[in-house]
Each structure stands twice: as structure tokens, then as C-alpha cells.
Ligand binder design. Sequence first.
Ligand code: GUN
Ligand code: FE
Length: 428
Amino acid sequence: ELVSFARNPGEGDKPSPGSLEHYGDGLLWLQGQHIHAVGHFSELAPSLPEGSEVLDYRGKLIMPGFIDTHVHYVQLDVMASYGRQLLDWLNDYTFPEECRFANHAHAEALSNAFLDEMLRAGTTTAQVFGSSHPGSMDAFFSACNKRQLRMLAGKVLMDRNAPEGLLDAASGIADTERLIEDWHNSQRLGYSVTPRFAPTSTKTQMDAAGALLRNDPTLWLQTHLAENSCELDWVAELFPGNQDYLSVYEKAGLVGPRSTFAHGIHLDNGMRTRLAERGANIAFCPSSNLFLGSGLFDRYAAQETGMAFSYASDIGAGTDLSGFDTLKSAYQVGQLSGQPLTAWQGFYGLTHGNAKTLALDSHIGQLAPSFEADFVVIDSNATPLLTRRIQRCSTLGERLFALMILADDRAIYETWAAGKCQHQRDQS
Ligand code: GUN
Ligand code: FE
């Protein structure tokens, strides 16, 4: 069974006509790293070349690989650190942990551990923060290329208000230029310029980051925006005379169509409209926002103002790398806000929608000819409970919703990237 979205299914209880592609008896035909054809098994199978290898996944559900638009690989071991909101959490747990990435062996070990966990969760592409040490990104990018993964990532830029071992005033921009040279467009990789957030970068550093983007419009930009109310007060203090938080980033030239701003909880419609006009997107990080008590993202206000948003785990403040968990948390946030999230919206968001916000939608996010062969094989009978619940479902919509609420990495039977099986639940 194949499920993919050709476009946004809309907000209704049923996907808008032509948006959902669903084959109960589908054949996904791969050629090298790409998808060659998609269709009904009975129609396509006769044209398979003689000697083709055919794998039988009857009873399983195949979807495009999940995409995570905002996650910190260097915070894998910070997950589940108790009882603090953003600024204390950064100082008490996160900054000390990120200091460890000065050690290259540690960065290599954590890069591989993170990619293993991502693939176990069915995520094939992510936009990733490293630490401020350039070596943390050499380790990460090189681990991605060994697996031929499509990833966006960058070294954090931070030149103030953090421990000495993380500050990069002297070398941050030059290191970023060197990393871009070495890794941007290497295999399937892209470089995302990564000022951590306004409180830890001087205006000088943010202006220099903006200059890099002006120089090469194929680069991405990732940072944090309006996550926590104490953060907002601090930004107002550090950057007096600015209209609001977003204008700090606008003045540095950081707001464009390839820019992802994590969180965007405490925004007004003026800022939302300005983000929409520049084609930037907000990464909605629901499990992180619940975990740190940051607030409830207003999905309807985003839709009303035309502001694009994506779905993200934000590990280590997020509580799970699983896309299912991100959708469950997004649903819970929606319920507390009177903004219920349909399974159509959720799974479209996790795949095609996230690809679109990252400007990767001509490469990934759909099961369609010429797309890259990144996909997940889902086992809806992964646990006795899932089996019971799925048996009671009579429609695809009900089944997808049950997965979104009940499934976790046990339901990821296999994860494929670049046309290769890279995770098998029962064997690794
Ligand atoms: N704001 C600045 N840095 C961070 C971070 O590492 N995690 C989160 N959630 N917010 C941030
Ligand atoms: Fe984050």
C-alpha cells in the first residue's frame, strides 16, 4: 500500500480532490537512487525488465521518508533534562553538553548515533544544528555522505553570552565559509548558515551571516525566533530601538525564502505577514514547546496570514525524534488551541509540506517518478495495541490518525534512503 501527497490536502475532513495518491496494491519501482515509476501493481508489473528484484511488502504501508526541519544533533544526550524553561535549560544543560563537541571523536560518535536514531524513526532528511566547533560539522557531514543522505546543516554561530568554550568571535564566519566550500552541494548536502539566536550573536556577526547569504542565494538559513517570553524581553534589552524581534533578523538580511525560524510562538500578525512576504517559514516544534513550557503555536494565525510553517522535533528540547510523536504533540497543541489537526494535514506536513518549506520539493517528499528514493515502510501491526486499534479502522484517514497518535519507532519496519534500505527494525 502506497500513500503520498501530490499537494496540500486542505483543512477538510477529506483530502481535496487530486491531493492524495493512494494505491492499495501499489508498486514502487526504483532505479538506482531514484523512483522510476509508481502505480498499481497489476498495471506496472508487466513492464518490469526481466530479472528485476521484486520485494513483497503486502500488509505494510509505504510513505515518503519523514522530514524534520529543525533539530540539534549535538543535543541527543540533553534530551529529558528536568525542569527548566529555555534560558536556564540552555545554561544548565545544553551549553555544557555542546562544549564536549570540541573533541572530534565525540562528534563522530554522536553524528553516527544521531543518524541511526533518525533512520530508526523513519526520518530521512533534516535541517540540523551542530555545535559552534567546525569539527562538529565535518564529522556530521561526512557521516551523512557515507549514508548518502539528503541533509541541511550548519555550524552554530555564537559570539557572546555563552561559555568561553563555545564562543567563536574570532573564527566563526571564516569557519562557516570553509565549511560551505567543503560541504555545500557535496553529494546530497546543503549548508544552512546557523546563527544560534539574537541573544548569542552580536550585530556584527549576524550582519556577516547575512552577507554570506547575499553572496550565495542557494544557501539556507536556520535560527530561533520568539520561543519564550524571557527570551523576548532579553532581545528587547540587547537590541534597543528595534520594532520587534523579527526586525533584528531583517536588518541583518537573514529573512528569505530559504530561512527557517524555529518556534515563532510569540509573534503578532505584523511579524507573521512580514515572514509570509519574504517566503520564510516557522518550524513548529510542538513536543519541544510543551516540554520547555514555551507556549502554544498558533497554526490558524499562520494560515490566515499566509505564513508557511513546517513540523520539527527540536531535539534535545523535543521529547522524541519520531515524526509520529511530533504529529501527536502538534495534535495536542491544536486541541488546547481549538485548532484540531487532521491526519491528512499532519502526514502531508511531515513529507511534501516540509520538503516545500525547505525548497527541496523537487527532490524529496513524494512517491513520484524522478523523486529520490527516500521512503519508510510502516508496520501498522507493530504492537498488539496498534493491531487491535487498526483493525477497528474502516478508512485510510482513520488508520493514519491512529498511527499519528499511537505509533512510534516500532512501527518503522524499514527506512530507505538513496534507493537503499538503511534501517531494518527486525535486524538492527
Ligand atoms: N534558542 C537558542 N538556542 C536554542 C536551543 O538550543 N534550543 C532551543 N529549543 N531554543 C534555543
Ligand atoms: Fe532548537
